[in-house]
Write a protein that binds this ligand. Structure first.
Ligand code: SAM
Length: 337
């Protein structure tokens, strides 16, 4: 965890709930926007689809304490972290696919969709939720890059997946970046764009056909967030607050987009550096193996040298002996005058 120096902490406006780590995947990073809508709507019930480690659930739980909001948490697998907040009487866990949950219960005022990130699932979720007249607001994560116009699949058992999928591969938001990008380990569509591809595509097609009066905001950040509100269910005061939000949002959208593209470049550069490091490690390993081979050959030559020295010494001794015998026999003289 990183801690900002206290001398400069006033420079930043760090929210109470965010992901203070190198991970950027949680919806909790959007807590300032979600808080705004929670305060505006004060929903009596929330359904959160996809909780993972409950980082966002804890934020929802703590920020709706004064309203006493009941929160249904739906996930294929209720994680160990979620078990830690099971004692909160306002929270109910449903360990099942979202579409199964929505068949048995569809009465919340606010929905948060962050489960499976593909067209099929998100379209079906939206269509079912829109039939619930109590629903005032739907908040969707992952309407930005990379799942905006590319299907990602957590749970292929529940779906008929007919398209070609890729996994463990690099994805880049930039043109001509073949072989470069950010690594994603899940299963995803092998191409971007086209029909019935991605979370945002599902939202766009839903809005085209929905008969309800949705007002829509999309935050242009990595992963992205889209908020749908049925304006027919809001008071005049609530609509006035939303107008102010819309005006400020326009200013911040361009600023945020620049920051986010820069963050994507940095992320990609980080992955490039990692790949370069891996390549270098392979080269270093190869050179080490060659060095070891040369070292072994030198050792063998050294042992041979030692062996030859012993043999030369022995031969010298024999020569000396023969020389002495010849001297004694007077066959040669010592050579001394
Ligand atoms: C990206 S994570 C959610 C992260 C969480 N919302 C947060 O912001 O920290 C997606 C979660 O959705 C769950 N999931 C995937 N497909 C689902 C489905 N069809 N129904 C319910 N949950 C699903 C996964 O098990 C996973 O925990």
């Amino acid at each position: 965890m990183f801690k900002i120096k206290k001398e400069i902490s006033s420079i930043f406006h760090i929210p109470k709930y965010w992901q203070n780590s190198l991970r950027i995947d949680s919806l909790v990073n959007f807590s300032p926007m979600i808080s705004f809508f929670l305060e505006l709507l004060r929903p009596s019930s929330i359904c959160e689809i996809g909780a993972n480690r409950c980082e966002n659930t804890i934020f929802l739980m703590e920020s709706t304490e004064d309203v006493g909001t009941s929160i249904d948490v739906v996930d294929l697998k209720i994680s160990r972290e979620c078990r830690g907040i099971e004692s909160c009487s306002r929270i109910n866990f449903f360990e099942m696919p979202s579409l199964q949950y929505l068949k048995i219960k569809n009465s919340s005022e606010l929905y948060i969709i962050d489960g499976d990130h593909n067209y099929q699932t998100v379209s079906s979720e939206l269509q079912i939720i829109a039939q619930n007249n109590e629903c005032k607001c739907i908040i969707l994560h992952d309407t930005g890059w990379p799942a905006a116009y590319r299907n990602f699949y957590y749970d292929r058992c529940q779906l008929v997946v007919e398209e070609e999928l890729d996994s463990n591969n690099l994805l880049s938001p930039f043109e001509n970046n073949i072989g470069r990008g950010v690594l994603f380990t899940s299963h995803f569509s092998s191409h971007e764009g086209g029909e019935r591809n991605g979370v945002r595509c599902a939202v766009e097609n839903f809005l085209e056909t929905s008969i309800r009066t949705w007002v829509v905001w999309t935050i242009p950040s990595i992963l992205g967030l889209t908020i749908l509100i049925d304006s027919s269910l809001l008071s005049k005061d609530q609509m006035r607050c939303l107008d102010i939000f819309t005006q400020y949002k326009k200013i911040w959208d361009e600023f945020l987009s620049g920051l986010e593209i820069n963050r994507l470049m940095l992320l990609q550069a980080l992955h490039d550096a990692g790949a370069e490091w891996d390549n270098n490690q392979a080269y270093i390993k190869e050179q080490n193996a060659r060095l070891q081979k040369a070292h072994d050959a030198l050792q063998r030559a050294g042992a041979e040298w030692d062996k030859n020295q012993a043999y030369i010494k022995e031969q010298n001794a024999r020569l000396q002996k023969a020389h002495d015998a010849l001297l004694r026999a007077g066959i040669i003289d010592s050579g001394a005058d």
